[in-house]
Design a protein around this ligand. Structure first.
Ligand SMILES: *[C@@H]1O[C@H](CO)[C@@H](O)[C@H](O)[C@H]1NC(C)=O
Ligand SMILES: *[C@@H]1O[C@H](CO)[C@@H](O)[C@H](O)[C@H]1NC(C)=O
Ligand SMILES: *[C@@H]1O[C@H](CO)[C@@H](O)[C@H](O)[C@H]1NC(C)=O
Ligand SMILES: *[C@@H]1O[C@H](CO)[C@@H](O)[C@H](O)[C@H]1NC(C)=O
Length: 495
C-alpha cells in the first residue's frame, strides 16, 4: 500500500510517496551552486521554544553545506510585522559560521506578514546588494507554523515564476491544500509537515533535495503535470549573444513538432497544452553568434490524468470520530482507500470505500489527537493518486462542577463554580434577568466566580456557565437564582 511505511517511520504527511532524489555519487554536493534563502516565521504565533527548535533545525541543515562565493550562499529573513534580514548572502563563508549566526538570531514577534516577507525575499534573491548572484539556482526554504496574516500565494507565485524552487516545512496545522499550492510542484517533493520536535528527522532528506535543486543543470523538466511542464536550463547565452530555439514533439509523432524562439536571457519556459500520459522529446538549440553550443535533448512524460482526490474536507469533529469527504468523483476510479493513524507515527488503519461514495466517517478515534488522513483513489489504469490532510479530534469536554450563589447585597450575587475538566481556555457566564437586560461575561480559565448585579428583589434569574475549549464550547451548566422579595434581608435560594 502506498508509502505508509515511510510515513509511519517519519511521521510526515508527505503522503504521495515519491522519494526525494539524493545527489548521486557522481555529483558531489560541492557541485551545488546556488543562493539558498531561509524564511523563518519569527512572529508571536510561534513560541520561544518552537523558534529555538526551528533555529536548531536550520542550523544543522546548513552546517555541512559547501558555503562560499563559488558554491552555495545562504541568507535568512524573518517573518514578522515587518520582515527583517538576519544576514545577507555574502556574509558567511562556512557552514559553521552560518549555523552560529542562525543560533544567535532573535525572534521578532509581532504579526505573521509572510507576503511582505516574500517580497523582501525576492529582493534579497535577485539583487547584488544582498550578495545574490545572477544566473545561479535560487532556493527558498520557508519554515512556518501554517499561519499567515496576509496573502502568500501571489508573492510565492512571483518567486516560482522567476525560477525559485520553494520548499515548505510546516510545523503547525497549516492548510495542506494552500501549502501544496504554495510549494514548488510536485508538493510531495517540496512540502513537509512535521512536528517541531521531529524536525531533525527530515534534515538529511531535505538537504539532499536542496542540493539537488542547486546542482548545475542541463536542460531538465520540473513542475510536470498532466498538461504541462517547466523546462529549465543553465544560462548558456546572454541577452545579446544569441537566442534559443525550443522544440517539443510527442515522441510517437515527431511530425507534430512545435517550436518557439526565446531570448538569450531566458533560462526557463512553461510548455502547456500537452496531452496527459504522453512522452515528449524536447530539444533546446542555443543559437549563439559567438560560438557553437550543442543542442540539448531530453524526454519528458506528462502525468496521467488523475484528477481525484484534489481536495479533502474534514468535518463533524467529535472526541471519537470525524467525517472525511473528498472530491471530485471522476469515472475511472475503482475504489478509494482511506488510511488514517494518529501522529506522530501511530498504527495506521485502512478503510476501503466504493467508488460510488465520496465520504466516510472515521470512528473509534482517540480524543484530542491529531490524525493524518490519506485518501487514495485507485484508478482502473492501476495507478493511484493520494492526498493527505491532518485532522484533530475534539477533546472530551466536561460541564463545570455545580454552581454556588452567595448574596453580596440586595441585588448582587457572587456566582461561583467548580472548574471543568480538560484544556479549558475560559468560561462564559450568561445571566438572564427576569427584570432588566441579560448579560454575558467571559472570564479566564483561572477565574471561577463573577459578581452579578442588577438582580431585582423578588425576581427569578437564570445563570449558565459554559467552559470554552480550544476548538469549541463545552456543555453548559445552568441554575436559577431567586432574589428575596424583602429588600433589607439579602437571601437567596439556589434551586
Ligand atoms: C531579456 O531580453 C529582452 C530583449 O533583449 C528584454 O526585453 C527582456 O526584458 C529581458 N528579460 C530579462 C528577464 O532580463
Ligand atoms: C460528494 O458528493 C456530494 C453529492 O454528490 C457532493 O455534493 C459533494 O460536494 C461531494 N463532496 C466533495 C468533497 O466533493
Ligand atoms: C466569590 O466566591 C468565590 C468562591 O467562593 C470567592 O473565591 C470569591 O472571593 C468571592 N468573591 C467575592 C467578591 O466575594
Ligand atoms: C489536549 O492536547 C493539548 C495539546 O496536546 C493539551 O495541552 C491538552 O491538555 C489536552 N487536553 C486534554 C483534555 O487532554
Amino acid at each position: 500500500m502506498i508509502m505508509w511505511a515511510a510515513l509511519g517511520l517519519l511521521c510526515l504527511p508527505l503522503a504521495l510517496g515519491q522519494s526525494i532524489p539524493e545527489p548521486g555519487p557522481a555529483t558531489p554536493s560541492s557541485a551545488a551552486h546556488g543562493d539558498l534563502l531561509f524564511l523563518l516565521d519569527s512572529s508571536a504565533s510561534v513560541s520561544y521554544y518552537e523558534f529555538s527548535r526551528v533555529k536548531e533545525f536550520v542550523g544543522q541543515l546548513v552546517q555541512p553545506l559547501p558555503l562560499g562565493p563559488g558554491s552555495v550562499q545562504t541568507s535568512m529573513v524573518h517573518v514578522g510585522s515587518e520582515p527583517t534580514v538576519e544576514f545577507p548572502f555574502d556574509r558567511h563563508h562556512s557552514g559553521a559560521a552560518a549555523q552560529e549566526a542562525i543560533q544567535a538570531a532573535k525572534q521578532l514577534m509581532g504579526d505573521t506578514n509572510t507576503g511582505l516577507a516574500l517580497a523582501l525575499a525576492k529582493k534579497q534573491l535577485f539583487t547584488t546588494e544582498a550578495g545574490a548572484r545572477s544566473g545561479v539556482r535560487k532556493v527558498l526554504v520557508w519554515v512556518t507554523d501554517g499561519d499567515s496574516s496576509d496573502d502568500v500565494q501571489a508573492p510565492m507565485q512571483v518567486l516560482k515564476d522567476l525560477g525559485v524552487t520553494v520548499f515548505i516545512v510546516s510545523t503547525g496545522r497549516g492548510n495542506f491544500l494552500d501549502l501544496s499550492a504554495a510549494a514548488s510542484q510536485p508538493p510531495e517533493k517540496h512540502l513537509r509537515f512535521v512536528d517541531v520536535d521531529d524536525l531533525q528527522i527530515i534534515i538529511p532528506e531535505l538537504r539532499g533535495a536542496i542540493l539537488e535543486a542547486m546542482r548545475p543543470q542541463q536542460l531538465h523538466a520540473t513542475d510536470v503535470t498532466s498538461q504541462s511542464f517547466r523546462l529549465v536550463w543553465p544560462p548558456l547565452l546572454s541577452g545579446d549573444s544569441g537566442y534559443y530555439l525550443l522544440e517539443v514533439a510527442p515522441s510517437a509523432n515527431p511530425g507534430a513538432k512545435q517550436s518557439r524562439q526565446l531570448f538569450g536571457n531566458e533560462t526557463s519556459w512553461v510548455w502547456d497544452g500537452l496531452e496527459p500520459g504522453t512522452t515528449y522529446k524536447v530539444v533546446l538549440v542555443p543559437e549563439s553568434n559567438l560560438q557553437y553550443l550543442a543542442p540539448q535533448t531530453i524526454q519528458v512524460t506528462t502525468l496521467e490524468e488523475e484528477v481525484s482526490p484534489a481536495q479533502i474536507l474534514i468535518s463533524h469533529w467529535k472526541p471519537h470520530s470525524f467525517h472525511v469527504s473528498w472530491g471530485p468523483s471522476p469515472v475511472g476510479v475503482l475504489r478509494y482507500q482511506v488510511l488514517y493513524g494518529p501522529l506522530p507515527a501511530g498504527g495506521a488503519q485502512l478503510l476501503e470505500v466504493p467508488a460510488t461514495e465520496n465520504s466516510t466517517t472515521l470512528d473509534n478515534l482517540s480524543p484530542n489527537t491529531t490524525y493524518l488522513v490519506t485518501v487514495a483513489a485507485i484508478y482502473q489504469s492501476g495507478r493511484e493518486k493520494a492526498l493527505s490532510a491532518k485532522a484533530c479530534t475534539q477533546e472530551v469536554a466536561s460541564k463545570t462542577g455545580r454552581l454556588y450563589f452567595q448574596s453580596l447585597g440586595p441585588s448582587t450575587v457572587n456566582a461561583s463554580w467548580d472548574s471543568a475538566e480538560g484544556d479549558v481556555r475560559g468560561y462564559r457566564v450568561r445571566c438572564r434577568r427576569q427584570l432588566g437586560p441579560p448579560s454575558l461575561l467571559s472570564v479566564s480559565p483561572q477565574t471561577h466566580s463573577v459578581i452579578l448585579t442588577g438582580l431585582a428583589a423578588g425576581t427569578t434569574n437564570h445563570v449558565c456557565v459554559t467552559p470554552i475549549y480550544p476548538s469549541h464550547p463545552g456543555p453548559r451548566r445552568c441554575q436559577t437564582v431567586r432574589m428575596h422579595p424583602v429588600t433589607p434581608a439579602p437571601e437567596y435560594r439556589p434551586t
